[in-house]
Design a protein around this ligand. Structure first.
Ligand SMILES: [Ca+2]
Ligand SMILES: [Ca+2]
Ligand SMILES: [Ca+2]
Ligand SMILES: [Ca+2]
Length: 251
């Protein structure tokens, strides 16, 4: 039995199972999520948007062998710089392949607001998608302009001819297990006066107090909460930058 007929046989069995027994027989799927769901980046700095594969079975991981993921963003506000993989899993392929079959990757990384990302597991290996979510890769964007928030989306389909976002199971060849797709929002914050968190025109004790109140925040700190270097945390590097500007006025 070749892969295609095996695939058909599985579909037929599932169809018979669901109608014949009146049971909900569905292969569990792998959802794709972009995280964090919302973040503020400073104009001129880089933010990371993580692509996660999430088992939709809350009690069990599922395996995957490959995926194509179409992402879309507003290039007027954020610019794709590429993607950075975590140390684990180690992908065989993890990039925006050019040329792709759908006219989506006019460049690597694509710059015009859409692109199709491909991940392939090492030959003969599979990758677990856990219920909590497995980080596949992190898309890096430069924040170009101020905004209340622009979406980074995962599109089900795009391109000409039409390409699809697809996740392939590690259980066998050509078994698609694409679940739900959910995106993220990136806001752009323009830092007018670094260190002036209360926006009164001077860097003083009130600003230091704000920084200290948020000191130790690991992720999600806003640029007005003491995050001087716009990396989302409030740590010693931020405190040092504030102290270097302490008791000065905004330029
Ligand atoms: Ca494109
Ligand atoms: Ca101030
Ligand atoms: Ca920081
Ligand atoms: Ca830091």
């Amino acid at each position: 039995m070749n892969a295609r007929s095996r695939c058909l046989a599985v579909s037929v069995m599932l169809a018979v199972g669901s109608t014949g027994l009146g049971l909900e027989v569905a292969r569990a799927n792998i959802n794709l999520e972009l995280r964090p769901v919302y973040q503020v980046g400073c104009v001129g700095y880089t933010v990371g948007v993580g692509l996660y594969a999430v088992s939709d079975d809350p009690s069990a991981s599922q395996t995957l062998s490959a995926m194509d993921v179409i992402i879309a963003w507003d290039p007027n506000y954020i610019q794709l710089l590429g993607n950075v993989d975590p140390g684990e899993p180690v992908w065989f392929v993890s990039t925006f392949i050019i040329p792709d079959a759908y006219g989506l990757n006019e460049n690597n990384p694509p710059q015009d607001g859409d692109g199709i990302y491909t991940a392939l597991a090492q030959p003969g290996e599979v990758v677990d998608a856990t219920p909590e979510g497995t980080l596949i890769t992190t898309f890096q964007f430069d924040v170009l302009a101020e905004s209340d928030g622009v979406p980074v989306e995962i599109l089900a389909t795009a391109g000409d001819p039409e390409g699809h976002t697809r996740v392939f199971s590690g259980d066998g060849p050509n078994i698609e297990v694409t679940g739900t797709l959910s995106g993220a929002v990136v806001a752009g914050f323009l830092v007018v006066c670094p260190g002036d968190f209360n926006e009164d025109g001077t860097i003083s004790l009130a600003d230091l107090a704000i920084l200290l109140a948020h000191y130790g925040t690991d992720v999600g700190a806003s640029p007005l909460e003491g995050d001087m270097d716009c990396d989302g945390d409030v740590d010693l590097a931020d405190l040092a930058q504030l102290l270097a500007l302490y008791n000065t006025d905004c330029p």
